[in-house]
Design a protein around this ligand. Structure first.
Ligand code: AMP
Ligand code: MG
Length: 396
């Protein structure tokens, strides 16, 4: 059996970055840019007023700071006001082009208006105030986003602000969920004793949505070898990322491993020294990725967060991949046996991290509350309250 770190290294080695595509910027949120992006323009490209107020030449001010005002310039006016007279101030509005012959803007709250005359009351005003200099955000040719940066709302605004309306990004994989287990019943239907509701696909769909990924199909298969083989065969034709839940252990009715082999899938690893999710399976077929996620709902979601997210980030070309790790003090003592890495559902508080009750992998109440997974290494047995622990934040 391999360690958690080895499993992650294998995933790294065997995941290829997807193709690229040019998208309209409106549709590009959540994708990673496929190249360094350079600004085609200076931003701002002209000196902009930062305030509603008055533009004037600072060195023209008389001792009383009094100016006459006859002309105005509005945001969007493209003609330059020239021949500014001595003692003249120009009424100006936020975002407007500051006339070339002026060098300072006073905000309107800092003047007294008397007919066509203004007197500046702010004696601390400095030459050059309230003017956004040319290229003060971005100079033409500056790298504004590094390859692999994910387009957030802020990044979309940055790109559009320099005039880009399309962007080349890495594509997203099509994901298919295959549920195994004859005991499973779709929520909303009646349950017989001996049956349980199928919940894994709901957790996975929700988690994939956090990555802006839609599931192309959810397929169910009974615990039957032939049916599992043909369900996997059809699934592999339709998808780049196959997420199978259940049927991956060593029970008499677990057919996933052999069915994957019969479908020509190369097994990269099967079983990881971890709790929950020890029977985790990872394989490839060409560029396609196959995860066999141990069926207990807590195991499925832990393995998704710890491994599938990492793999999806790599496929989608994210420069930062996997969950963010931080260190916080533990709010209780914990102890475990050496031998497996434990992932504990935790909740971050202002003073540290709490280990939630109901850690067993068949239960989902802790996961419903958790915002992190506390990572307790293979060799560790006891951690005292107050000691720092590594946590993976369940946000990506
Ligand atoms: P397995 O990995 O198939 O042995 O399943 C382990 C446990 O997870 C069993 O108790 C299954 O009933 C349960 N299980 C498997 N698949 C699902 C699912 N899709 N939703 C909820 N529970 C599941
Ligand atoms: Mg099963």
């Amino acid at each position: 059996m391999i360690s958690v770190d080895e499993a992650k290294q294998y995933i790294h080695q065997h995941t290829q970055t997807d193709q690229t595509v040019v998208l309209d910027l409106y549709d590009a949120c959540g994708y990673a840019v496929a190249n360094d992006v350079f600004s085609p323009v200076d931003f701002p490209s002209f000196r902009q007023s930062a305030m509603d107020g008055y533009a004037f030449r600072f060195d023209d001010s008389d001792e009383d700071f009094v100016f006459f005002v006859e002309r105005e310039i509005q945001a969007g006016d493209i003609t330059d006001l020239s021949s500014i007279d001595k003692g003249e101030a120009i009424r100006i509005f936020t975002g407007a082009k500051v006339p070339d012959e002026t060098d300072t803007v006073v905000m309107q709250e800092d003047v007294l208006v008397n007919g066509k005359e203004i007197r500046i009351t702010n004696i601390d005003l400095k030459k050059g105030s309230n003017i956004r200099p040319v290229a003060s955000q971005t100079r033409k040719g500056d790298c504004i986003l590094k390859k692999g940066t994910v387009i957030t709302a802020g990044a979309a605004g940055l790109l559009a602000g320099v005039g880009l309306s399309t962007i080349e990004v890495y594509t997203r994989p099509r994901c298919l969920i295959l549920n195994t287990g004859r005991e499973l019943v779709k929520p909303g239907h009646e349950l017989q004793k001996g049956q349980i509701y199928e919940s894994n696909s709901y957790a996975l769909v929700a988690a994939l949505k956090q990555l802006h990924l839609d599931v192309c199909e959810i397929v169910w298969v009974d615990d039957d070898e032939q049916l599992t083989i043909s369900a996997i065969q059809t699934a592999l034709e339709k998808t780049d990322m196959l997420l199978i839940t259940g049927g991956v252990s060593v029970g008499d009715y677990d057919f996933v491993d052999s069915a994957l082999e019969k479908n020509g899938v190369t097994k990269i690893f099967h079983k990881v020294k971890q709790k929950p999710g020890k029977p985790l399976y990872f394989g490839t077929k060409g560029n396609k990725i196959i995860f066999g996620l141990p069926g207990n709902p807590g195991s499925v979601l832990t393995c998704f967060y710890e491994y599938v997210v990492h793999c999806l980030h790599l496929k989608m070309g994210f420069a930062d991949n996997g969950l963010l790790t931080i260190r916080l003090p533990l709010l209780h003592d914990i102890s475990k046996k050496a031998g497996l890495t434990h992932f504990l559902k935790g909740k971050i508080k202002s003073t540290g991290v709490e280990v939630l009750d109901h850690q067993e992998s068949y239960k989902m109440n802790a996961f419903a509350e958790a915002d992190c997974l506390i990572v307790v290494d293979e060799a560790t047995t006891d951690i005292q309250k107050g000691e720092l622990v590594n946590l993976h934040i369940l946000k990506f």
